[in-house]
Design a protein around this ligand. Sequence first.
Ligand code: CA
Ligand code: CA
Length: 383
Amino acid sequence: MNPIKYLFSVILLGLMLGQLAAQMPNANNINIDTATKGKSKKAICCESNLPKRFGGTTSVTATVSEKNKSTGHNGMVWVPGGTFMMGGDNKQASADEYPKHKVTVKGYWMDATEVTNEQFAAFVNATQYVTVAEKKPDWNEIKKQLPPNTPKPDDSILVAASLVFRQPKEAVALNDYSQWWDWKPGADWKHPHGPGSDIGGKEKYPVVHIAWTDAVAYCKWAGKRLPTEAEWEFAARGGLENNIYPWGNEPVNEGKQKANYWQGQFPNKNTVEDGFFYSAPVGSFAPNGYGLYDMAGNVWEWTADLYNNTYYDSINKPSGIINPQGPPTSYDPDEPTIPKRTIRGGSFLCNDSYCSGFRVARRMKTSEDSGMEHLGFRCIQDK
Ligand SMILES: [Ca+2]
Ligand SMILES: [Ca+2]
């Protein structure tokens, strides 16, 4: 196979949500007339994968100190501990959301919103941190994840880049994510749609193109940490029981706008009834019962945990489990050789028929080195 095509397929392998970007250099959100209401049509259900960078495990190179450790809880809300049933609550749930199992978590502080560009800029200014997407990929590291004798791709591919959404003009086969994802040189957190785009005026938007390593480094600098998958789901439920969404069970396409997601036909038609084609300023929609914003939609959020599709089964017992820390090893049957971390909450590219990522139980996963246009994070703090 053509090595470039092969690498591209490797880069995108596993991907299945939507996103866009190439022809909208400033990426301004498009406000539309919300009078033109419509309902998303059921098409196919519940894709289970996301694109990734190269599939690499990036050693945590966070050398930043903890000197900036926060002593207050500005911008955070207290999530009381408790016991809940973790896992799928409706027919859209995928196999990896089962079995529902009893989990207890201790209380913790959680960022009320996704980490913003303004907050991430403060971290970078203080530490001169360079994100994964801003670095030239190391072929010697990448090839360890690829089949033996995989030819080295062209140097034009091995450049600092990230995955950016490109909206097709027409309907496309949803099993071919190369129809809507571009490996775009120059795309990074400061250039979310690639060269020509920037984050001017977007201080309150969620930072994106953040790899897991980058998120860990930020949280450490802030004196915080990433939530475990259990902590994330407990928080998203907002004190409700067996709820499908952070707001309860009202279908996402009914009633008032409750989150920033994809309305219309993915990936070629977005009716933008929620007012945002791309990401929205954090906190643009009502919070859940704990005061947490955008736990459904806007951008996906990294968790601390490795992904393993059978993890719930391994910890399911009548007495429950306290503060689960994720599986010891990663396993994704779709791509068994690629270590992955779990991400949660869905994004502006999720819709009800394609990934329903805004469900509180929805699990998604991607490799640690993946920064994407719709992937960010938030942190928690124990005390
Ligand atoms: Ca939207
Ligand atoms: Ca989110």
